[in-house]
Ligand binder design. Sequence first.
Ligand SMILES: Nc1nc2c(ncn2[C@@H]2O[C@H](COP(=O)(O)OP(=O)(O)OP(=O)(O)O)[C@@H](O)[C@H]2O)c(=O)[nH]1
Ligand SMILES: [Mg+2]
Length: 227
Amino acid sequence: MYSPIKGRMVQAAFVDACYGTVFTKEFRTIKLRDKDGKILPFVISDIMGLEDAEAAGARTDDLVLALEGHLKDGYSFNPEGSLQKEDAFYNSCPTLNDKVHCLVSVLPGDKIGVMNGDQVHTVIQKLREIRLKATALKIPQVILMTMVDKACPEVNKDLKMIYRSKKIKEKMLLCENKLGVPMNFIYPVKNYHEEGELSNDVDTLLLYALKNILQFANDHVEYHMDN
Ligand SMILES: Nc1nc2c(ncn2[C@@H]2O[C@H](COP(=O)(O)OP(=O)(O)OP(=O)(O)O)[C@@H](O)[C@H]2O)c(=O)[nH]1
Ligand SMILES: [Mg+2]
């Protein structure tokens, strides 16, 4: 993957190009460095996907623990049971550094379809549960809508069309309706997946989303310090 922060290709979070199975199984906290090697003052924690089935993917109770800072780096998600207090990966005294300050839900734009009537997918239900807890903790929440190139042929041809595409707007509206996240906190992005070099259009969307996420996270850190 290309890193707009480093200005070159990196392999930060491991990705699997074969679809169908869950690849990320651990709770991984990723530190980023700038092009001079200086560690940036934020981290990104990656989780196992939620999966559209009750007994598969990361458990919502584990993700609530992650929000509160109780999950230690390297914890392996187990769909059959959640982390217990006596486990070595349980952090019993989380500091501000361990807590989550912005919840980013990543949804693939090409898979967000029309659901019949009241039908709610399990994955949406799980996302709602986590959002509810995040709201109680006053943690800001955003949606990163990926795969916009696959969701709209016009956008695939020219990424600059993203905020003009009716298809993309439809998908964003669906996210808003199903999850309750307002449109202005939904960021459509395309990830680097086949490109060998940088693109200003791809970077612009990614960095715009990142800038906003960091500002919201900073607001939440300030909230903690004031209360
Ligand atoms: N075309 C396109 N491909 C993408 C985009 N984002 C990710 N991909 C590809 O989709 C595949 C899955 O991406 P991941 O980042 O591993 O997704 P994930 O949800 O973390 O997957 P797991 O870790 O397996 O749960 C990889 O081959 C990526 O290169 C995008 O915006 N457009
Ligand atoms: Mg992953």
